[in-house]
Design a protein around this ligand. Structure first.
Ligand code: FUC
Length: 799
């Protein structure tokens, strides 16, 4: 091979060292460039800016998205009404409700005709454009090609040789510096042409500057749809020499590395009703982002990114017994389940780590929450507008946030939901004549809170109650009373006020029910469908508990009184199933993907297999009837259901199905099409298999499958401000470590306590045998900042 020639900086030399051999389970890698955006390209992001890296040889494409670039909404031609009619619909709503309370079942089409509403200027999440970097073509053959996504570093890399010349590229999107950074290295001179292109649904003024120190492409304009302004600022900075302009492109020719810095901004502000940042010129902000980043130099940017990413990513470690495999990730996935257990564990670990990576990359404070595609989108009209569906999908996106020790990633969700309360109050008034707030099936970047007119899915007024659950869960995990008081309480109380007013008495049994009520995307409209009742019950239980903590006696009493009359939506039907509706309408042959009436099992907590054996058995019956094969997010939810039912093998079977049938080569979940909720739901489900804490005790390895014979998990979170490390073998837990953030009693459940064990506690250090408990329970008087370790006395597992 030719000698490395004339490298101008030591950064280049370091960069040309072999790619870091991170353990396989933290690296997605491929031996070909990506050609398909959805299936092959690799995602990087900082919550606000997302990029899909293709890693082409002759030209590389980075497709860019920015969370707030949405068509529709305020400023649209023909106006925008947030999904709300000008007049009250309460009378129509009551008339439909009355029919249902009298025992009618109504076809969704019939109800949609009366209560549905055409979406008007709802808009779509947009692509921000494409960064294209072309290399002068060469006839030499390409060898040693490798494209990878390093989950630990949060960096995408491309490396190959062409003839005797080595190439290496790195890309990341920095949260602290709010820019995308690219770095191109070569062992020989590079001849590069750089362009940025934007879709034609916007105006675009482009400015290209080139000089001795580098070049700049600045493009700004506004979406034709709504006038939302956008700007992109791209800096091309060679380590040596200058850059020349060529039309709308920049050209570089030289023998050194090249840095790209890309900033992307809009004048969106998440603020009802105008959604514009007054007086903000995104071109000025993007230029400032880019210039500030350039002043930090590449090493500074890379260091700050690494530190920021790792502070979140490195908190959790999972070892399921993966082997180090030489297979590319697409082959590893394609071969999953074909008999190589070590490889299968490697894919499962990788998928888990990828889920945590995706949440960090698509949900950071200061931007909108992760949408149906996280932050990535290349289309003008993406599937389901790449919006926020709130009858499962947005909620599922955030299931891993607390348990996977990424609580900070909930910040955009809470900012988003907080801001929906204001339009949500109008939705409550217009549709129900009720106080408090609510919303329906879906929402966008523009505070859309009304129903749509798609009969299959348009009526889900329980959405606000379900979103309120995330606030209370955040409190349960953190025990942060200031958060409970300032952030959670207004949202929870507002949702509870709505339901206190909107529930109606069912003449059939005098119970309080939701009417009209619809089990998501399935069956007829009835009064009191199980999911509706279970969500309201969950809200009321949580709100009553919060009211107790915050000492709001009168409100607590109102909720307690309503709870006494509330239909809990938990009935066992004629074939032993958990009923989906109040009347026993379930069809044992129905395999619909939504199994919404198991909300009480997960993410609710009303069904606990230890306490309600009958309901747990009915849930099992329902899940057996619905079957395991389904769409991506549905399989992911079922992992969680089976984990809560303490059936590790079945949960694992669902995970296996998801990996073999609902996972694309780039490990994105596919519904189909790509929908990120399945990635997040499965990541959360894998933790549910290892630790649960939803019912006032920490259960260790509640659903360990036989396939996970030996392993460990570190850094996952349990409710009560507890961080948990577990090691296990085929006999169960061999060691449990708890780091406790608060004083107070903790109840634990593990097979480890059934035999002799040793306790170690750091402050003060006590070592001794634990009291053997046949039921496997133990209690601990935990201390703030305490550390407790329980070790199985017999290290050998004899089965
Ligand atoms: C829910 C699902 C659909 C799809 C959509 C985005 O409505 O039922 O299958 O995932 O969200």
């Amino acid at each position: 091979m030719r000698r490395l020639i004339r490298l101008t900086s030591c950064a280049c030399l370091m960069a040309l060292a072999p790619l870091a051999q991170a353990a396989d389970a933290t690296l997605l890698w491929y031996d070909k460039p990506a050609t398909d955006w959805e299936k092959e390209a690799l995602p990087i992001g900082n919550g606000r800016i997302g990029a899909m890296v293709f890693g082409g040889v002759e030209s590389d494409r980075l497709q860019i998205a920015e969370k707030s670039l949405w068509t529709g909404g305020p400023g649209s031609e023909g106006g925008y009404d947030y999904g709300l009619p000008a007049d009250s619909q309460a009378a129509v709503m009551s008339a439909v409700s009355k029919q249902l309370l009298e025992g009618a079942t109504l076809a969704p089409e019939a109800v949609a005709k009366q209560l549905g509403r055409k979406m008007h200027n709802y808009g779509d999440y947009q692509s921000f454009g494409d960064l294209n970097i072309e290399l002068e073509q060469s006839a030499d053959p390409v060898s040693d090609y490798r494209r990878e996504l390093d989950l630990v570093a949060g960096v995408a890399r491309v490396k190959y040789k062409q003839g005797n010349v080595g190439y290496r590229r790195e890309y990341f999107v920095s949260y602290p510096d709010q820019v995308l950074v690219g770095r191109w290295y070569s062992t020989s001179a590079q001849k590069v042409r750089v362009r940025y292109t934007v879709p034609d649904n916007r105006t675009a003024q482009a400015r290209t500057e080139a000089g001795a120190k580098g070049g700049r492409i600045a493009i700004s304009g506004a979406l034709k749809s709504n006038g939302l302004k956008y700007a992109v600022e791209l800096l091309v900075i060679p380590d040596c020499g200058g850059v020349t302009a060529e039309g709308d492109a920049l050209r570089f020719e030289g023998d050194c590395a090249l840095t790209f810095i890309l900033a992307a901004r809009t004048n969106y502000q998440m603020r009802y009703p105008d959604y514009r940042a007054a007086g903000v010129d995104p071109a000025v902000v993007a230029a400032r982002d880019a210039n500030t980043a350039a002043a930090r130099q590449t090493t500074g940017l890379a260091g700050r990114h690494r530190e920021d990413h790792q502070a979140l990513y490195s908190r959790v470690k999972l070892d399921l017994g993966a082997v180090k495999t030489r297979l590319t990730t697409d082959r590893l996935r394609a071969g999953y389940g074909s008999g190589n257990a070590g490889n299968d564990r490697a894919l499962e670990q990788l998928y888990f780590n990828f889920g945590r990576y995706l949440l960090i990359a698509s949900s950071r404070a200061g931007a909108l929450p992760a949408n149906l595609q996280g932050v990535w989108n290349d289309k003008a009209t993406p599937p389901w507008n790449a919006d926020y569906h709130v009858n499962i999908n947005l909620q599922m996106n955030y299931w891993p946030a607390e348990v996977a020790n990424l609580a900070e990633t909930t910040a955009p969700l809470f900012d988003f939901v907080d801001h929906l309360v204001t339009p949500g109050k109008l939705a409550a008034q217009r549709y129900f004549g009720a106080p408090g707030w609510t919303m329906f099936l879906n929402t966008n970047a523009w505070g859309y809170v009304g129903p749509i007119d798609w009969p299959t899915a348009f009526w889900q007024p329980e959405a606000s109650a379900w979103l309120a659950q995330h606030y209370y869960e955040h409190y349960l995990f953190s025990r942060d009373e200031a958060f409970l008081k300032k952030r959670a309480w207004p949202v929870m109380k507002g949702a509870a006020e709505f339901w206190l007013a909107a529930l109606v008495t069912d003449p059939r049994d005098g119970k309080l029910v939701v009417s009209p009520s619809y089990s998501p995307e399935h069956g007829p409209f009835t009064a009191g469908a199980s999911m509706s009742q279970q969500i309201v019950a969950d809200l009321f239980e949580n709100t009553a508990a919060a009211a107790r903590i915050l000492k709001d006696k009168p409100f607590e009493q109102r909720i307690v009184d309503a709870l006494a009359k509330l239909d809990r939506g938990l009935r066992i039907g004629k074939w032993g199933q958990l009923q989906e509706w109040k009347p026993d309408l379930d069809d044992a042959k129905d395999d619909h993907r939504h199994v919404s009436h198991l909300f009480a099992l997960h993410p609710g907590r009303a069904i606990d297999p230890e306490k309600n054996e009958d309901l747990a058995a009915a849930a099992r019956k329902t899940l057996d009837a619905r079957g395991d094969a389904s769409t991506g997010w549905s399989r992911a939810w079922k992992i969680n259901f089976w984990a809560r039912l303490r059936d590790g093998d079945r949960a694992h079977k669902l995970l296996a199905g998801l990996l073999s049938e609902s996972t694309l080569p780039n490990l994105w979940d596919t519904h189909p099409p790509f929908q990120i909720d399945g990635n997040f739901g499965a990541t959360a489900g894998m933790i549910e298999m290892l630790v649960q804490s939803q019912n006032d005790e920490i259960v260790i390895l509640p659903a360990l499958p036989q396939a996970w014979k030996q392993g460990s998990v570190d850094g996952v979170r349990a409710r009560g401000d507890v961080t948990v490390n577990i090691k296990w073998d085929a006999c169960g837990a061999t060691s449990i470590q708890l780091s406790t953030g608060r004083d107070g009693a903790l109840k634990l459940r593990s097979s480890l306590f059934k035999k002799e064990y040793v306790i170690e506690s750091a402050k003060p250090r006590r070592i001794g045998p634990g009291a053997v408990s046949p039921g496997g329970e133990a209690t601990l008087e935990a201390r703030r900042n305490g550390f407790y370790s329980f070790i199985r006395a017999d290290p050998v597992c004899e089965q």
